[in-house]
Design a protein around this ligand. Structure first.
Ligand SMILES: [Fe+2]
Length: 387
């Protein structure tokens, strides 16, 4: 059956050849096929680009500079140690600001990671964490994706005029200025902006070198490089709103979508350029029904809420790196899949007990810019249903 989407309420209509939405009653000939909805989002790209030029926000923001992961206070050090033992990142230091205790990890040519825990009890993200498989960690979430901004004052003024709510005013944090939106209701994540005063990536750390956690001296960790993409799971009915909102808050644009028929799931890719970190949104097609009937994306949202599902790291010598990670105790949802002929090899880890995030290790051959191949997408998607 063709799955139509109502352009007004964005609900999937589960009906064929209807021009009346059974949910909101909108009578419209402008319904579009869920499994082939590039046209709608592509049209939105042109509109958003034009409006950004008119408002003056085009070019104000750039690529991803930091990813902020909040953990329970007692899990923060474990989360940092786990990242040190499973990626190429190194611990650079700690700073405290506005009730947050933050550890910064860096890797050359990649966005920084901030692992933080709140010193204050109030957590505006908490309600997004209270799901069956995540409520035991009620403060744990990848909360903020932080992009570089060249003129924060202008950006904030223009976005406020559009009705965007920010958590605070612009915060001066020594070597940079920072702001974040309130959590976006469709994803429970927030968009942050950073304007460096002088050199990007230089922080005013507190404490001394004894507070730096050691990195294991394992050769295979040198093979694991930059953050290639992050994948966010969103509900079908929120998909277009989420992607358009992301385009309006950043300089990213929707690039393409891939429909996986077997699981009724669609992966949407947004990019700044093909060299930059990509932000990927995956949605199912209908609300969760049951463990037996629903696809992996709907089941994930049912169990964990909407959130970033995985972070993908560019990995050299992926076969030996995969073996070495396994021998050091890392557990995986799936074996290494793909081949040089298909352009890609990749795998998913089990979700971290400290952050709930899955790591993807990915190796691209010959400049392949996809996120899975035809032969392995089914196994990959299926594997995420096991977590
Ligand atoms: Fe991925």
């Amino acid at each position: 059956m063709i799955q139509l989407i109502c352009p007004k309420c964005q609900k999937v209509m589960n009906t064929e050849n209807s021009t009346t939405c059974p949910v909101c009653g909108e009578n419209t000939p402008r319904t579009y096929d869920y499994s082939n909805s590039d046209t709608f989002l592509k049209a939105e790209v042109s509109r958003v680009i034009l409006e950004k030029k008119q408002r003056g926000t085009a070019g104000l923001t750039g690529g991803l500079d930091a990813v902020i992961v909040n953990t329970e206070p007692e899990q923060q050090e474990n989360a940092v140690r786990e990242m040190l033992a499973t990626t190429g990142y190194r611990h650079r230091g700690i700073f405290e600001h506005d009730g947050n205790h933050t550890s910064v990890l860096q890797c050359d040519g990649s966005a920084d990671f901030w692992f933080r825990s709140r010193l204050a009890a109030d957590n505006p993200f908490r309600k997004y964490n209270l799901f069956p498989k995540s409520k035991h960690l009620p403060n744990t979430r990848l909360e903020i994706l932080v992009f570089r901004c060249h003129d924060l004052a202008s950006y904030v003024r223009i976005q406020k005029d559009r009705g965007v709510d920010f958590m605070t005013g612009i915060q001066d944090m020594g070597t940079f200025r920072f702001i974040q939106t309130v959590p976006l209701v469709t994803t429970g994540t927030s968009i942050g902006m950073i304007q460096w005063k002088e050199t990007p990536g230089v922080y005013s750390f507190s404490g001394n070198s004894r507070t730096i956690l050691d990195k294991p001296d394992w050769p295979h960790l040198h093979n694991i490089g930059r953050l290639d993409h992050a994948a966010l799971r969103v509900r079908a009915e929120d998909r277009d709103q989420t992607i358009v909102e992301f385009m309006e808050l950043t300089n990213y644009h929707f690039d393409f979508a891939i429909y996986v028929k077997l699981f009724n799931s669609i992966t949407h890719v947004t990019r700044l350029s093909d060299k930059d970190f990509a932000m990927v949104f995956t949605s199912g097609i209908s609300p969760y029904i049951s463990e037996e009937e629903s696809g992996p994306t709907e089941k994930f949202i049912h169990h964990y809420g909407t959130r970033v599902h995985h972070l993908a790291f560019d990995t050299r010598r992926i076969e030996s790196t995969f073996d070495a990670l396994k021998s050091r105790g890392m557990e995986f949802l799936i074996e290494l899949v793909g081949s040089p002929e298909e352009g890609l090899k990749q795998t998913f880890t089990q979700p971290s007990p400290h952050t709930l995030l899955v790591n993807e290790y990915i190796h691209r051959y010959g400049g392949f810019d996809g996120f899975f191949t035809r032969s392995n997408v089914t196994r990959l998607t299926e594997s995420t249903g096991r977590q």
